[in-house]
Design a protein around this ligand. Sequence first.
Ligand code: NDP
Ligand code: MG
Length: 383
Amino acid sequence: MRKKVAILGSTGSIGTQALEVIDKISDEMDVIALSAGNNVSLISEQIEKYSPKVVSVKDETAVRSLEKKYPNVNFFCGENGLLHIAGLDEIDILLVAVSGKIGLKPTIKAIENKKDIALANKETLVMAGDIVMKLAKENGVKILPVDSEHSAIFQCLSERSEVKHLVITSSGGPFRNSTKEEMEDADLSEALNHPRWKMGKKITVDSATLMNKGLEVIEAHHLFDIDYDDIKVVVHPQSYIHSAVEYNDGSIIAQIGNPSMHIPIQYALTYPKRVEGVETESFDFVKASKFEFFEPDLDKFPSLALAFEAGKKGGTYPVCMNAANEEAVFAFLEGKIKFLDIYKITKNIFDEYTPVQNPDIDVIINEDAKVREVTKKLIAEKL
Ligand code: NDP
Ligand code: MG
């Protein structure tokens, strides 16, 4: 049966790669709805190519010009537009590939609408993992991970009670071999120069601080219901092993392949089926030859330790860490602060924070907004 898919964030790194996947498996999928933020020219190209019935963009002025050009498409805007797509009856699966907290509410809406979720957006589980996973269970909805590490674990997991550890691999990012002094002076182009992956700017900076790995640890805890103490992070610069599961008998099952987001995106879309897609070349073990592993350096990359701490403390601590970090990353991207200030600011906000235990969604959104305000204030004071 063909699957009907809607993509939130179709103009981003994950969104465009998802459409490349769909191009190759077009006999499996129909594109029903797409959404962009500000990239109106790319969404126009996508409308012409995929003829979606529904499209959402960030602001209203863009809607008016698009409506004139494409009278057969139903246009919406802002968060309401994303919520409208998430509430569509005719879709089978929603790919959530927007960046940031804007992904949270539409994911919840689609779960309540009993639609499976292909989840790329990290913030959803970092901010509200307990609520989202419980809701998915109650509604019989599958949360299919798109993030390569979580897709790997998802593919390696069988009987949960027999699992000893999850092993999440990390490329180590662009500063793996840099000293702290070199990182102090790192400019934007160095931080954005990721050795393995071409991704959106926010996640690329997080990959340089290893906060991305920290967010992935929190995601993994929620997705797979595993204690933080049973999640290990290993630096594997070649990124051939995308992550692994160690079982209680000592067996380790790893998912291996050339680093490519096409594969995890496709598996989330076609699950439980596997089909030939974009990546047709076989992995060459002999050519790959070198698989190296290192302990993450928590002195150089304290964000990873902070994420473990936030996850273990629970309540709204991960909300606080995520919001403070995101605001600090934005300030770094705007050239307002230095690379190492991202962690210093996040840690400062985190240490001063009073959390809420067992929050509901409104509390989470409120805490997120509060933390962003204080973080922006702290950044402004530092300038
Ligand atoms: P990008 O920045 O490349 O893309 C983000 C997408 O979201 C774009 O389509 C953008 O629209 C849209 N968007 C951003 N803000 C809004 C908003 N307020 N309203 C509506 N749409 C919005 O990010 P990535 O594709 O790299 O990442 C997307 C998510 O997936 C993130 O949460 C990231 O952590 C996660 N992820 C990404 C991976 C990757 O390899 N890229 C790997 C694993 C997870 P526009 O461009 O039109 O403005
Ligand atoms: Mg990842």
